[in-house]
Design a protein around this ligand. Structure first.
Ligand SMILES: C[S@@+](CC[C@H](N)C(=O)[O-])C[C@H]1O[C@@H](n2cnc3c(N)ncnc32)[C@H](O)[C@@H]1O
Length: 253
């Protein structure tokens, strides 16, 4: 109790936001030394329409907010690109909701959004997928996703193990594809199917790219793009993206 009172007194002295932030980083460096803080003075924290979207999925304080915001901004880049959108691996539909929301506002408002998922969670990880995941993790039912898509009506749900249902959209062209299936094989099958169908200027985001929890997903993307002019760019929030037709320089090392 005395310790708590002393700590509270200590905090009260640090009235300014900056001083509290410094304190947070000092404590954090002791607890998780490798963690890198970034400045909290971001205009996008106060983007109310975006925050309303996050609140809809109870994600306002979630670790994914910057990744969601990146998808939102990258979709703006595809404004003039013709073609449908797709998400492979939807979980409860938060990513697909955002993509559909952007499609509604887009000049290309004839876009249709395609959602692929087993709706039974992850397939079986292979040796190169690390030890974090197991078959059946992250399972959400198709009905829950449909409920979460609310009043939106320009989308289709495809239940099945990737790539079983891809032939359903074999004749489509795409402007934006969100790959989020965590493991090597479905990530490879997804980029293998969508890359040739992505229009110039179209974007593929791989949510798991560069995550140490998903080594197979990173390897799948790198292997597929090895002989292509485009490479995946790492985003500091985790995940990566490539733009069709934009040749990409090699990494420094
Ligand atoms: C990380 S979650 C997706 C998160 C979601 N994109 C978001 O933005 O919130 C992974 C999803 O991939 C699906 N999934 C994993 N492996 C799959 C496979 N081989 N075939 C179909 N779906 C798969 C899971 O059912 C799960 O819904």
């Amino acid at each position: 109790m005395a310790l708590a009172r002393a700590f509270y007194k200590f905090l009260k002295k640090r009235k300014s936001h900056m001083k509290r932030f410094q304190l947070l980083t000092e404590i954090g460096k002791k607890l998780v030394p490798e963690y890198r803080y970034s400045w909290p003075y971001m205009d996008w924290y106060h983007d109310e329409p975006f925050n309303d979207y996050l609140k809809r999925f109870d994600e306002l304080d979630h670790f994914n907010t910057d990744r969601r915001h990146t998808v939102y901004q990258l979709m703006r880049l595809t404004e003039a690109v013709p073609g449908d959108t797709a998400e492979c691996g939807s979980l409860e539909g938060a990513g697909s909701y955002l993509i559909h929301l952007m499609n509604e506002q887009c000049r290309q408002h004839t876009r249709w959004h395609h959602i692929f998922d087993s709706f039974e969670g992850l397939s079986a990880p292979a040796a190169g997928d690390g030890s974090h995941w197991k078959k059946g993790d992250l399972s959400v039912s198709m009905n829950e996703v449909r409920d979460n898509m609310g009043a939106f009506d320009r989308y289709s749900l495809y239940k099945g193990w990737i790539p079983e249902r891809f032939p359903d959209v074999a004749d489509k062209q795409f402007s934006f594809v969100h790959i989020d299936v965590d493991l090597f094989q479905p990530t490879f099958d997804t980029i293998n199917f969508f890359y040739p169908r992505l229009n110039p200027g179209g974007i593929i985001v791989c949510d798991d790219y560069g995550s140490s929890l998903c080594p197979g997903a990173t390897r799948a993307i790198d292997e597929y793009l090895a002989d292509k002019p485009e490479k995946m760019l790492f985003m500091t929030c985790g995940s990566g993206f490539m733009i069709k037709g934009k040749e990409t320089a090699a990494q420094l090392c």
